[in-house]
Write a protein that binds this ligand. Structure first.
Ligand SMILES: *Cc1c(COP(=O)(O)O)cnc(C)c1O
Length: 340
């Protein structure tokens, strides 16, 4: 049998030969002691790409996301976040555990907050209710199925945040995908946030790494918090070199992942065993009509297509650097046959 087509996540990519070469050849130093030149180059480049003064390299998106809250929101305050956001589902309760911050979860049908929903969730000053301390938006939105928040919506939320003097954090683990889908410069999206996080370990195909960008003053605070969280890395240039390589070689082809998701979707579009919407980016959510998710995952694994369970009758498919459009199309046909 052929090797399985692994569509569990865009994190399953392996560093390519070219990326490994870039890592092997990276010029490095001790980044905690007195600086790593390759990490510095990456941070300067990411700051530029996202339209901010400075950026800081992190081992994970979770640590960067949480640092953004830690440096901007005091304990006891509320952070407005979409109800299926990464901060809610996948950060192990860190808002509460690390910062004493209360999430104010705002439900949306498709993961896309609006200026109106955010404004309505901001607390009026009161002697009886908590104060709002910040806003988080996620673009693209993972749990909603890779949905894209338009630039105008991001800007409108930024304006609401500014009017209320609240920090706006952009969880942009897949901001690369949003920029490609919107055909919009990353800078325009990045500039909307007071801070913005981007991940290199998802669509960009790197083994490790995320960056947080913001003002120089905020990134100085972030340095301290990252160190406190155990995120100070020594010869991190080995990892940063992979990220620089990805900005040159992976980012320009990221729209292929969207074409692959579309190719996967086609054979399933009118299939009676699944309900599925056309994928906006590189994530496809399948709602199962005839199977529960555990059964579907088992049957599909046996048939050579790896997917993950997202709910009792929902599985997630993610395309990435290591699956071609042809393989994604073949996977869609296998799914159609197996669940039919
Ligand atoms: C993956 C992801 C993160 C960060 O995750 P790490 O696994 O900690 O790097 C943050 N936000 C979103 C939306 C994600 O999908």
């Amino acid at each position: 049998m052929n090797a399985p087509i692994d569509l569990r996540s865009d994190t399953v990519t392996r560093p390519s030969a070219g990326m490994r070469r870039a890592m092997a050849e990276a010029e490095v130093g001790d980044d905690v002691l007195d600086g790593d030149p390759t990490t510095r180059r990456l941070e300067e480049r990411v700051a530029e790409v996202l339209g901010h003064e400075a950026a800081l390299f992190f081992p994970s998106g979770t640590q960067a996301n949480e640092t953004a809250i830690g440096i901007q929101v005091r304990p006891g305050l509320e952070v407005i976040v979409e109800a299926n956001g990464h901060h809610i589902h996948y950060e192990m309760g860190a808002l509460a555990a690390l910062w004493g911050v209360q999430p104010r979860a705002v439900a949306t049908p498709d993961g896309t907050l609006s200026a109106g929903l955010v404004e309505a969730a901001i607390r009026a000053p009161s002697a009886f209710t908590p104060r709002t301390g910040g806003i988080v938006i996620e673009n693209t939105h993972n749990v909603a199925g890779g949905t894209v928040m338009p630039l105008e919506t991001m800007r409108a939320i930024r304006d609401v945040a500014a009017r209320h003097q609240l920090p706006l954090h952009v969880d942009g683990a897949r901001l690369w995908n949003a920029a490609a889908a919107l055909a919009c410069p990353l800078r325009a999206l990045g500039e909307t946030g007071t801070t913005v996080m981007v991940s290199f370990s998802k669509g960009l195909g790197c083994p490790v790494g995320s960056c947080l960008a913001g003002s120089r003053a905020l990134m100085a605070e972030a340095w301290t918090v990252r160190k406190r969280l155990g995120g100070g890395m020594r010869q991190s240039g080995v990892l940063a070199a992979a990220c620089l390589y990805a900005l040159d070689h992976t980012l320009p082809r990221i729209a292929e992942d969207h074409a692959a998701a579309r190719a996967f979707f086609e054979p399933l579009a009118d299939h009676p065993a699944v309900r599925v919407a056309p994928p906006p980016t590189n994530i496809v959510m399948l709602d199962l009509v005839r199977h529960d998710a555990d059964t579907a995952v088992r049957l599909l694994t046996e048939a050579g297509v790896l997917v993950v369970r997202i709910g009792p009758r929902r599985v997630r498919v993610v395309t990435h650097l290591d699956v071609s459009v042809a393989d994604a199309a073949r996977a869609g046909e296998i799914v159609a046959r197996t669940l039919g």
